[in-house]
Design a protein around this ligand. Structure first.
Ligand code: ADP
Ligand code: MG
Length: 242
């Protein structure tokens, strides 16, 4: 709803690494409950933007306002934000249930709360009965689902997903896309998903942005971006996977 106050306001965010400008005054508004996709070639600044939103990086200039709160100086764990990584980064020595409950345990949640939430998350990602397995005993698709369950366990208001499906083969990727959409809608969590696959973005996103060398080349619904008269939204522009 464009009339509503944006849930996430990114205002002229700049991030430099030495002399290199990775994000150049990026401004973007995202609304509550959106599944927003960030597309762009390798090195265009997608992960840097997610890291700024998560609080792993602090912008050099500009503001990030999330749910009415300025995020400047707010530590990652104190933000209502979580991140799911391409590698999934599951702890190999922990069971699935321990992986999912890790964040809650870290914040000191009671055992019963953790147990109930882990069960709820296992059901959400259709992994009931897998709680006692180790990640090494799971398929790629199952690992992706556990990583998603772990990322959602603390009920973040904003979930950042950095190429969450790129480790999966094509068939699995397509079925997992629909599971992600389904889970996003059921939980009402706002998702920002990085992908270099434009079909994936078209399938999943309510709106999307195309990044190019630290700026947003286009922002809109999938059809708006595709119907852009001088579209740079081409395979060549999007470049290679990273
Ligand atoms: P993308 O995710 O779109 O592929 P990144 O956001 O990871 O791109 O990187 C954008 C640019 O910033 C790249 O040129 C990358 O080399 C550079 N970069 C990212 N992180 C760092 C860092 N910690 N130090 C120096 N340069 C970095
Ligand atoms: Mg990246």
């Amino acid at each position: 709803d464009p009339a509503a106050e944006p849930f996430l306001r990114i205002e002229k965010v700049t991030k430099r690494f030495g002399d290199f400008v990775a994000l150049d005054e990026v401004s973007l508004s995202i609304y509550r409950g959106e599944l927003f996709a960030l597309l762009g070639g390798s090195g265009s600044g997608k992960s840097t933007l997610l890291r700024c939103l998560a609080g792993f990086l602090e912008p050099d200039a500009g503001r990030i306002v999330l749910d009415g709160q300025d995020m400047a100086g707010v530590a990652p764990y104190a933000r209502p934000v979580n991140m799911m990584f391409q590698s999934y980064a599951l702890f190999p020595h922990m069971t699935v249930a321990q992986n999912i409950g890790f964040g809650l345990k870290q914040e000191g949640a009671a055992r019963a709360i953790i147990r109930d939430r882990v069960a709820e998350m296992l059901a959400l990602v259709k992994m009931e009965g897998f709680g006692d397995r180790k990640p090494s005993a799971l398929s790629g698709g199952q690992r992706a689902r556990v990583a998603l369950a772990r990322a959602l366990a603390r009920r973040p208001k904003l979930l950042l997903l950095d190429e969450p499906l790129s480790a999966l083969d094509k068939n699995l990727r397509e079925s997992t896309q629909f599971e992600l959409i389904n889970i996003q809608e059921r939980t009402g969590t706002t998702f920002v998903i990085v992908t270099h696959d434009q079909e994936e973005a078209m399938t999943m996103a309510t709106r999307l942005a195309v990044m190019d060398r630290g700026t947003l080349a286009q922002v809109g619904t999938p059809s708006e971006v595709y119907e852009f008269p001088n579209s740079r939204f081409t395979a060549e522009f999007l470049g290679t996977a990273n």
